[in-house]
Design a protein around this ligand. Structure first.
Ligand SMILES: Cc1ncc(COP(=O)(O)O)c(C=O)c1O
Length: 404
């Protein structure tokens, strides 16, 4: 039975994360599970906070008639009101429940937003390196992915964004704290980006939406704060979730929140709710809306991730592998050594060669090519401390192998 060409092509390309996942299964079978160090998946291994678990139990046992029924596509009013309170606190704008649509994770929010604001052929700007799924999400909406560079230290480069804007730009997506670099964009960078977008809007007559993808907002280190974004630019929309901060990625709860100052706010929020329906999500999971509305103030134990960041950084330092020091999220983006490029097969990029060399010693990473950034690899450190400790020898041996 044939399948659509685009889906067949996507299956053939496969994602690097998927490839590494499959490599991990094979490696565990051949080397034994204790000799495989899997840094490939951003799947939090911490238990959800007690507040969330208690709220979930209460939601499950409420016995209220209709609590498992279909609802309005935007979600329960009380859950939307809770998210409005959260967004108002984080972004310094007077959001109300009317501005919020509950979604199936941040991924659902991004798909709903893009479906709502992108016409076929419209462009969506992302900053490289970027969360690999953006290209699929833009494609789902019939849009064209346009890539802007970040600065060499992976901070946001508003001038690079300015260079790729066009009259066809429907949206610009920024992700801070960033996957895969761990960068947090400061208020000055956000203000400069807002100025770029406003100038472009004045010159072209079309104001691109600024889509703020921030599922890692609460996972930050060293006292770094994630600045408000909505207060800097009116045509903006938050896409977020509780996947990372409450460690519930499998429960699929997120939201899209429209800036109350947005010019077509009523139309936009109606469009988001309609897209939730026609994309087949219909509405976000009912039980999770109840549980999260009652527990959203709880946070992941960031100190656990901080300890792992320190442990993995120490291993990389000892091995002589360069990396961007993460300010947030739970990824270390590492440069493939020059020797990896030299050892690469014809047509293979240094990051793929390095990831494969590490894999041969049981370490699973994701090559940067999957994030539009060859030459670097991503290691995810939401893994048990024993995985980090165990991986030390494999990192040292891989680097030693390059020295002959
Ligand atoms: C930057 C970024 N955006 C969106 C998502 C999707 O999050 P969710 O699981 O809530 O759909 C992820 C997941 O890893 C991510 O890293």
């Amino acid at each position: 039975m044939p399948i659509a060409n685009a889906v067949r092509a996507s299956l053939e390309r496969g994602s690097w994360i998927r490839k590494m996942f499959e490599a991990g299964i094979e490696l565990k079978a051949s080397l034994g599970p204790d000799a495989v160090y899997d840094f490939s998946l951003g799947n939090p291994d911490l238990e959800p906070p007690a507040e969330f678990l208690a709220a979930l139990k209460a939601a499950a046992s409420s016995g209220e008639l209709g609590s498992h029924a279909y609802m309005t596509n935007a979600g329960y009013p009380f859950a939307r009101a809770a998210m409005a309170e959260k967004v108002a606190l984080e972004h310094g704008v007077p959001t109300t429940s009317d501005d919020v649509v509950m979604t199936v994770g941040a991924a659902g929010a991004l798909n709903v937003i893009l479906r709502t604001v992108v016409n076929p052929g419209d462009e969506v700007v992302v900053v490289r390196p970027y969360f690999a799924e953006y290209s699929a999400y833009v494609d789902n909406a019939g849009g064209v992915l346009v890539v802007a560079d970040s600065a060499p230290d992976f901070s946001l480069d508003p001038d690079a964004v300015a260079r790729v804007l066009s009259p066809r730009t429907a949206a610009v997506i920024v992700n801070s704290p960033n996957n895969p670099t761990g960068r947090v964009y400061p208020a000055s960078a956000i203000a400069a980006l807002a100025a770029v977008l406003s100038r472009h809007a004045a010159a072209s007559g079309r104001a691109p939406y600024l889509v703020v993808d921030e599922p890692y907002r609460d996972i930050v280190y060293d006292g770094v704060a994630v600045p408000p974004v909505l207060s800097a630019y009116p045509e903006s929309i938050v896409a977020s979730s509780f996947s990372k901060t409450l460690s519930i990625p499998g429960e699929r709860l997120g939201y899209a929140a429209v800036n109350p100052a947005c010019s077509d706010k009523a139309l936009l929020t109606a469009g988001l709710a309609a897209s939730n329906r026609v994309l087949g999500f219909v509405n976000a999971p009912a039980m999770m809306q109840r549980a999260v509305a009652a527990s959203w103030r709880a946070k992941a134990d960031v100190s656990r991730y901080e300890r792992r960041r320190a442990m993995l950084s120490a291993v990389l330092d000892e091995a002589g592998i360069r990396y961007a020091r993460p300010e947030g999220a739970f990824y270390l983006f590492c440069e493939a050594p020059a020797a990896a490029a030299a050892a690469a097969a014809p047509g293979e990029s240094a990051d793929v060669a390095f990831a494969m060399a590490l894999k041969d010693r049981g370490v699973l990473s994701v090559p940067g090519v999957g994030f539009g950034y060859p030459g670097w690899i991503r290691l995810c450190y939401c893994v048990p401390e024993a995985t980090i400790e165990g991986s030390r020898k494999a990192f040292l041996a891989t680097m030693a192998s390059y020295r002959g």
